[in-house]
Design a binder for this molecule. Sequence first.
Ligand code: KG4
Ligand code: ZN
Length: 395
Amino acid sequence: MSNILILAVETSCDETAVSVLQFQGNDLTILANEVSSQVKLHAKWGGVVPNLAAREHVKNIVPIFKLALKNAGVSMQDIDFIAVTEGPGLIPALMVGNNFAKTLAYLWGKPLIGIHHIEGHIYANFVREMTNDKFQMTKAKKLMTLKANEAIFPVLCLVVSGGHTQLVLMKDHLKYEIIGQTLDDAVGEAFDKVARILGIGYPGGPVVAQRAMEFPMTNDQFPNKSQKSNSKSKEYEIQDTRYEIQFPRPMLNKQGFNFSFSGLKTAVLYETKKHPELLSDKKYIAAVCHEFQQATIDVLIAKTLKAAEKFKPKTIMLAGGVSANKELREQMGAAISKSIPNTKYCIPDTSLTGDNAAMIAAAAAFRWQKMNESQKKKALNGWENLQPYANLKLK
Ligand code: KG4
Ligand code: ZN
């Protein structure tokens, strides 16, 4: 059984990431997964500034690369091939990773393949943590792919990140059909914008989720979970006054599997304009975050189940940064086991939901496995044409 070592580089947005992955049979082992986040740098702008991101990548890429090799306990000679995110993403940011990976390929005479960022997020689902006492390298995690012969296809994957919201149907490995997507904002983007409206920090997803958790859910407000999602009137007691906060569930009753989140974000803006004096009230912020998050989750679950009814997937997966959201993970799981209990439900490990290079290496491992000799030769000799694409399509 051949043992392949992959070095992957990811710089599509605001994380500089390098990973070393070992691929043996059906086992994927992460030997190193280093991520340097720029969140603090971009926080004061309330979003990622592309040129600042690129400058940080230039600063961090070599130290992160050296750390990844050190923690993996390997050198460049040991690496069989290199993978890099070629898009989509911010062009100045992608250029740093692409140039770095090409330089490594040139200097070390290694094959290089480009990977779609969302394909990486999806393949974060195919790695599973395994306990292995003999595995002693620091920071290393032994992971295993879903078994190659396990009947998982068709897979319906709900991709929810800062830049994407898509329902992707996979009839087999590396075969993608986008059956629905957002017509405007991505879910993560909506979380970030809502956090900015409320002035509660950046990135919005984790802070909105955190504040939503602070919402006091009393029995008389939400006697049970199903009522929580479906109840028409949402009353919140704030400063001894009962407010009704009710946001729309956009596109819920529209045909097809597309989404729209910009109206929901605008509804939050109008709500806060009605009560600017409450923006300093923690309970009010918690109530708005809770209702916004629930509106988002209601739509994501309803559309996913509707798509499942039509396409009858064996497996439903979540992917992307927003798949870290605990309520989404739990409520989606509950909805699937209630209405389609024979469908498998797969969510990525929370250590792999955000941008990282291990997910890029995982997707690359499956690509490599499917490549014939001439394609592998092209990866060795034809990588000079590789270039970043801001709007690369998943296909
Ligand atoms: O996949 P990702 O790391 O980067 C892109 O490819 O865009 O996703 C980042 C997005 C951000 O918008 C962030 O606010 C959101 O994921 N996010 C969350 C949570 N953690 C991160 N959204 C909701 N709940 C979370 N717990
Ligand atoms: Zn991402």
